[in-house]
Design a protein around this ligand. Structure first.
Ligand SMILES: [Zn+2]
Length: 468
């Protein structure tokens, strides 16, 4: 199965092209035998297949069909995008970021743009902007809904079944960017979802299936150790970490910080230290890793304390603002920092305002690596697109759209960014999860790196994307 030879592959740092042979899904050092399928790479670069360490896949698959309002810089611009959409029925837009807008979204403004049901969701999903017709359809208020009201409206929108074709399409799109695997942290039973999807032929991705505390007892009872393959999924689906959301977000001023926000308040700690340690201890005793959402510096300190107290393995998700002394604790405790570099660029202006004087320790990727910590990159799709080159480009250049770099002292090298996005090596005996590139990330400029073209993607030696 999947015996293949890739002719004239170029490996990073080596001049002479090599042939890569794949037997039964793994790279082999043995000389090739005749009769196997061959693909000519003509000197293209080959790197290990890429992983996205933080995805909400169902949300992402839905978002891809929604109106993009991420470019709007004001209420008027968002309404113009809605007016020009020419959609029928319920229109859902996604991605507006209004923390720095001069004006405030209202139901009247959205009604004037469109009388048919219309809902716009903010880029962090913590705000829903609802017109009169949509409020009647969803059974919610009109205007701007925040936090729990927004989440309720989103659940109502998500009650409509997600077509398998939309899932398959999103998986194919990820493969076309060199993705071989994701950690799915969707708010759902991801083991059940992906078992059904894989059985139905959606097999372009490896998936580590994360879950939330409501499923912890059931997972422990089922013996769902992290990394264990789920039966009947050809090894593509493995049990993933317990995710616990301990604080809020920067844009909603709910990330739990040591110092107050400009308008007062230090954010929210949703799970206190004792409860967090108890949850993590239960998971750890069952062989389950922990993925602890912590954005503010106070929340990160509490999360690291809980790792120390419980002896848990796993990640801090986001790690956006860190106390200076905490970067080293990631290394000492062996806690992985699971970060989303594109959020730094989405939120740089908000951070400059809400975390003024503290942004030197915001998204501190360089400080983490220099302290000896392991960093893994992700998108938090749909918050940022499920595209590893956007994350890698943001980590390396700390800018986009020709602005000056934002805290360039925390930039990663291309080598570091790719190493933080991969789990395997291109070497004999390794699983043949590979991405073949149509450009050179080591010489690509900022725009080209974000859009880096991928010629071929292989999962276990099986072609999941080809455009060569
Ligand atoms: Zn997330």
């Amino acid at each position: 199965m999947h015996d293949l030879i890739l002719r004239a592959a170029r490996l990073p740092g080596r001049d002479a092209p090599v042939d890569l042979a794949i037997d039964a899904g793994r790279l082999t050092g043995k000389p090739s035998r005749a009769g196997r399928e061959e693909i000519a790479l003509d000197g293209r670069l080959v790197i290990p297949g890429l992983w996205d360490a933080h995805v909400h896949f169902g949300q992402w698959a839905r978002t891809r069909g929604r109106l993009d309002v991420s470019r709007a810089g004001s209420v008027a611009e968002a309404c113009t995008t809605v007016r020009e959409a020419h959609a029928d029925g319920l229109l859902i837009g996604f991605g507006f970021r209004w923390a720095t807008w001069a004006d405030t979204p209202t139901a009247e403004a959205l009604d004037a743009a469109r009388t048919a049901p219309t809902v716009l969701l903010s880029g962090d999903l913590h705000t829903a902007w609802v017109n009169t017709a949509a409020a009647a359809e969803l059974g919610c208020r009109t205007g701007v809904l925040r936090e729990d009201e927004a989440f309720a409206a989103e659940r109502a929108l998500d009650a409509a079944p997600l077509p398998l074709a939309a899932v398959a399409d999103a998986a194919r799109a990820a493969a076309s960017r060199g993705i071989v695997g994701i950690v799915d942290l969707e708010f759902a039973d991801t083991v059940e979802q992906w078992s059904a999807r894989i059985a139905a032929g959606v097999d372009a991705l490896r998936v580590s299936a994360g879950f939330y505390p409501d499923l912890l007892d059931a997972r422990i009872a089922a013996g769902a150790r992290t990394g264990l393959a789920v039966a009947g999924t050809r090894g593509l689906l493995t049990h993933g970490p317990l995710k616990v959301i301990t604080d809020g977000s920067l844009n909603t001023r709910t990330a739990h910080c040591v110092d107050p926000y400009p308008d007062g308040g230090v954010g929210m700690q949703n799970v206190d230290a004792a409860a967090l340690t108890a949850l993590m201890s239960s998971a750890t005793a069952a062989g389950i890793d922990c993925a602890i959402h912590a954005i503010g510096d106070a929340a990160n300190t509490i999360a690291l304390d809980a790792f120390a107290a419980s002896g848990a393995r796993g990640t801090v998700e986001h790690a956006q603002l860190l106390a200076d002394s905490d970067a080293a604790r990631f290394a000492v405790l062996g806690v992985v920092a699971s970060v989303q570099p594109e959020h730094a660029l989405d939120d740089r202006d908000v951070a400059d305002e809400l975390w003024a004087g503290r942004t030197g320790r915001a998204f501190p990727l360089r400080a983490l690596l220099d302290a000896g910590a392991r960093v893994v990159l992700g998108s938090d799709a749909p918050v940022a697109p499920l595209d590893p080159w956007i994350a890698i480009g943001a980590a390396v250049h700390r800018t986009r759209e020709h602005r000056p770099a934002w805290h360039g002292e925390h930039a990663l090298t291309v080598d570091e960014a790719i190493a933080s996005s991969t789990r395997t090596k291109v070497a004999p005996g390794e699983v043949a999860d590979l991405a073949v590139l149509d450009d050179d990330p080591w010489t690509a400029g900022p725009d080209a790196l974000r859009a880096l073209p991928v010629a071929l993607t292989l999962v276990g030696g099986r072609v999941t994307h080809a455009s060569l």
